[in-house]
Ligand binder design. Structure first.
Ligand SMILES: *Cc1c(COP(=O)(O)O)cnc(C)c1O
Length: 410
């Protein structure tokens, strides 16, 4: 809490139970990967309904290990939505592989299955595609569940089957969330592709401060990811300590991605609260919806009938033709009124690295290019009180009234 009357963009929801769990680990004599991580893995797998979970120190690490487990190599092409966080594409570059950007759907801002299908066909057929110099059949696709609403995983699965792509979901926003085929049964995130990666970063839906996880039904993928998360060793320190063999072998050149038991203890408490935290965020979203639906100068986020999102973000979109102020001015004015806001995100192709390295231009991904210029993420988290929600919405309405274009103002 800032205590100065400002409403921050995020406040973590960590209470006495988390503090007690962390304290118990600090007193236990075992701080790094051990029994708490093991229990967290079992509980997380059970929570989403997957066979295996591997906890690591970030979602970025989980995505890297996921791509490693499906055998991504230098020069491979991996499809990534243009509108995502840095991590989704940088992990592809770690291998010397090429991130192939794909435009997003205007409604959900998740990867557009039609555009992904076109990209995969161009790669397979040797056709021209933005940023691709030497086309070869795609290797993998990384759908992102924007704001916690699941992407069209069935559409992605069909493209993947057709073009032989491996699917790794970037579910950094999406624990918990569900999707279904029209009128089909609900399916939890973590069960809809061969690998799903979660983030427990400080601002995400559940947190360990820093942390992440990979879930899968495939024991070989889980074993590979677990081994590579700890230097490629045959036998981790806890197993050696707990009466296992003292010796180990280096089986591969792995990474240092293991989670600590301190973090896992925090994560286990957060996971038990995950559904309650979701309900609290849903309450915030519904309140914003009610307060802002009738404001002509903005569009509220839409939720598909076949999705139950995590409500990680509340991405408002400005109707710029109706406003005499642009997005950046709008954000500045909200900040002056003490409302912390953010933008998720400047699309990858509008960042210098991707623009210059791959020769990408705004018109290559028209939806992402247009939408990001009118996106404003409002604060949404469980401890946001009714009065704060009303203050945020009131500030938005007030700005819209002041800057409304094309209608009479009282
Ligand atoms: C936060 C985030 C990540 C990275 O998560 P870390 O745990 O910080 O590595 C990856 N993808 C998306 C879409 C994110 O928002």
């Amino acid at each position: 809490m800032t205590g100065d009357g400002n409403i921050p963009i995020h406040r973590p929801d960590v209470g006495d139970e988390e503090i007690a769990a962390v304290t118990a680990v600090l007193r236990s004599g075992w701080l790094t990967t051990g029994p708490e991580c093991h229990a967290f893995e079992e509980e997380l797998a059970a929570f989403v309904g997957a066979r295996h979970a591997v906890v690591v120190n970030s979602c970025t690490a989980a995505l890297h290990l996921g791509l490693d487990a499906v055998g991504v190599r230098r020069g491979d092409h991996v499809l990534v939505p243009a509108l995502t966080f840095a991590a989704t594409a940088e992990v592809v570059a770690y291998f010397g592989a090429i991130p192939v950007l794909v435009d997003v759907e205007p409604r959900t801002l998740c990867i557009d299955a039609g555009a992904a299908s076109h990209a995969a066909a161009m790669l397979a057929g040797g056709g021209p595609y933005p940023g691709v110099r030497a086309p070869s059949p795609g290797k993998a696709i990384l759908p992102v569940h924007y704001g916690g609403q699941m992407a069209d995983v069935d559409g992605v699965a069909e493209i993947a089957r057709h073009h032989g792509l491996r699917v790794i979901e970037d579910a950094a926003h999406a624990l918990p969330s569900w999707t279904r085929a029209p009128r089909g049964p609900w399916r939890s995130v973590g069960t809809t592709s061969e690998i799903t990666c979660f983030s427990f970063y400080a601002t995400k839906t559940i947190t360990t401060g820093e942390g992440g996880a990979l879930v899968t039904d495939d024991a070989a993928i889980a074993d590979r990811a677990r081994r590579m998360s700890l230097h490629g060793l045959s036998n981790d320190a806890w197993k050696r300590n707990a009466g296992g063999r003292w010796d180990y072998e280096i089986l591969d050149t792995g990474y240092k991605y293991n989670l600590t038991d301190v973090a896992a203890a925090l994560g286990r408490v957060q996971l038990r609260k995950a559904n309650a935290l979701l309900e609290a965020r849903r309450r915030v979203a519904e309140r914003y919806d009610a307060l802002l639906a009738a404001v002509d100068e903005v569009e509220i986020p839409t939720v598909d009938d076949d999705r139950r999102p995590s409500y990680h973000l509340y991405p408002l979109r400005l109707r710029r033709a109706r406003l005499g102020i642009d997005r950046d001015g709008f954000i500045e004015a909200l900040r002056e009124r003490g409302v912390g806001v953010s933008v998720h995100w400047r699309p990858l192709h509008l960042h210098p690295y991707y623009r210059d390295t791959f020769g990408l231009r705004p018109e290559h991904f028209p939806v992402a290019s247009a939408e990001w210029r009118r996106l404003v993420s409002l604060p949404i988290y469980p401890s946001l009180g009714d009065e704060e929600i009303e203050r945020v919405a009131g500030a938005v309405r007030d700005l819209c009234r002041r800057h409304a274009r094309g209608r009479l103002r009282a």
